[in-house]
Design a protein around this ligand. Structure first.
Ligand code: ADP
Ligand code: GLC
Length: 491
């Protein structure tokens, strides 16, 4: 399959060090899969407060980087750790930017200096590559927090011999978050005003970090084939569809894999009992334990529906809130774990008070509980407005917890609609973004659940699905090689 590649992946969150969503899972797992294919991989991320130096046994390297910000030079220190399996990961430590309780902000809003924090990170990645002498073939950037990195490589560092030949891949995990800032932040970037144009990073009178990645990286991808198509349309394009259409020859869709080392009911340390397709008895134990933990009546036969989600408009929680009365009328139980925007915290708290016997709510970010919901629930609901890939439906499949999803993005690509007549499918899909369509899908699921033998076969099919990283990592390898060729041709 060709020479091994030297790959550097930069991301603003990487599991298990710091996480708010699926990007962290991907950035923690893909490098391991690339290593397994024989490549040399390193990862770079910020050292946030929640990155525990002791627990992860991080080492201070005694290496510092100098990063120009406006007219100043800001210094940061580099720490080194490793992902399980040995991929080196470097942390950029700059307490004034990252030593805070959260990664990006609080339920009330983003940190006001996010532009500066991620300008620093985007440029810090380039400086770290130089300081560590990494000399990668490919620099793989992810989402808006690293959007300016490809811009720096092609402009300020364009003639730097230490970076000559570095190809860039930019992955869009979510087009809804673009890193938009007012134009007066431009001087912080150290980029010239000639970059602040429609062919650069200007976007409706603002700076758009994500657009930087889209315009300057050699190759682009997103995290499912359907989403790669959707984002080129006005409906899903978040006003960047024109840019994406122009780059459509360089834009690919690669579905995320999942890390079965972390998400596997047969060996999950967070669960009351483990289980496997051969012996599902532990799942009933998990269900009862979850009902207890969420303050719900411990009934074995009532369908228990789980939700684990960032609480943001993307995730369709407004449908769940609106439809609550009709959902409750189906006689099911709902276990919701979420954190995010204050409006959803309030709306969910309010309905939870009305239905204490059917709705268990935890407003927190809780890794262990996320696993226990995957294991203890019978079904898992994802009514997303849009979903670039989605990982929870894939975890659900592995845990025999049947996904009920809106047919969009990666949800469309990874779940096959159930047919009782043909005894096929792995979940329940609905198309229109409406309360009615969602409730109907849940109703179908509850009816299917009542036939325990058919349900058992559905669970077995779900659990037999394979979304391991291997195939997707090979697709990334092909993408990296393409980027190398394109970067060489561009010079
Ligand atoms: P997104 O990245 O858009 O949030 P994904 O489905 O790709 O959606 O990934 C979400 C990841 O974050 C999953 O691993 C999920 O378990 C986790 N997660 C989301 N919200 C919470 C929460 N409140 N507590 C614990 N884990 C959460
Ligand atoms: C994003 C998307 C989600 C995707 C994840 C990892 O946050 O919302 O659909 O699974 O990134 O790629």
């Amino acid at each position: 399959m060709g020479e091994p590649l030297k790959i550097c992946l930069a991301a603003s969150e990487v599991a298990p060090f710091a996480k708010t969503g699926g990007l962290a899972d991907v950035a923690g797992a893909l490098p391991k899969a690339l290593l397994a294919l024989g490549h040399r991989v390193v990862v770079i991320m910020p050292r946030y407060q929640m990155v525990d130096v002791e627990r992860h046994r991080l080492r201070r390297l005694g290496v510092t980087i100098d990063v120009p910000i406006a007219e100043r030079i800001e210094q940061a220190e580099l720490l080194e750790g490793a992902l399980d399996g040995g991929v080196p990961i470097y942390f950029i430590e700059k307490p004034s930017y990252y030593d805070r309780p959260a990664l990006y902000g609080t339920p009330e809003g983003d940190y006001p200096d996010n532009a500066e924090r991620f300008i620093f990170f985007s440029r810090g990645v380039v400086e770290a590559i130089k300081a560590l002498g990494l000399n990668p073939d490919v620099l793989h950037c992810n989402d808006w927090q690293t959007g300016l990195t490809p811009v720096y490589l092609k402009t300020v560092y364009g003639e730097d011999p230490a970076l000559a030949g570095v190809a860039t891949v930019f992955s869009v995990h979510n087009l809804g978050y673009q890193g938009l800032f007012w134009h007066l932040d431009m001087p912080l970037t150290g980029l010239g005003w000639e970059i602040y144009t429609i062919d650069g990073i200007e976007f409706y009178d603002k700076i758009n970090f994500l657009k930087g990645g889209l315009m300057f990286a050699d190759v682009l991808n997103t995290v499912s084939e359907t989403y790669a198509k959707e984002i080129q349309t006005e409906e899903f394009g978040h006003r960047l569809d024109g840019v994406l259409r122009r780059r459509s020859a360089d834009l690919f869709g690669i579905v995320n894999g999942i890390d079965y080392g972390v998400w596997n009911p047969a060996g999950d340390p967070h669960l009351a009992a483990t289980y496997s397709p051969e012996d599902l008895s532990g799942k009933a134990v998990c269900k009862q334990a979850l009902q207890r933990e969420m303050g719900l009546p411990e009934k074995a036969t009532v369908p228990l529906v789980g939700i684990v989600s960032r609480l943001a408009a993307q995730k369709g929680l407004d449908l769940v809130v609106e439809a609550m009365e009709r959902l409750m009328a189906l006689g099911l139980q709902l276990a919701i774990l979420g954190s995010g925007e204050a409006v959803y915290h309030e709306a969910l708290s309010e309905v939870a008070e009305r239905y204490p016997k059917q709705l268990g709510l935890a407003l927190a970010f809780d890794e262990g509980l996320a696993h226990r919901i995957e294991a203890g629930a019978d079904m898992f609901l994802m009514p997303s407005r849009y979903e670039p890939c989605g990982l929870n439906q894939l975890y659900s499949l592995k845990y025999g917890t049947i996904p009920i999803v809106r047919a969009t993005g990666g949800l469309q690509d990874t779940i096959v609609n159930y047919s009782a007549a043909r005894d096929t499918g792995t979940g329940f899909k609905f198309r229109s973004y409406s309360e009615r369509a969602m409730v109907q899908a849940l109703q179908r699921a509850c009816e299917a659940y009542a036939d325990q033998r058919a349900w058992r076969r559905l669970m077995e099919r779900a659990m037999a699905q394979d979304f391991s990283w291997d195939a997707s990592a090979r697709a990334y390898e092909a993408l990296y090689r393409r980027a190398v060729v394109q970067a060489a041709a561009g010079r």
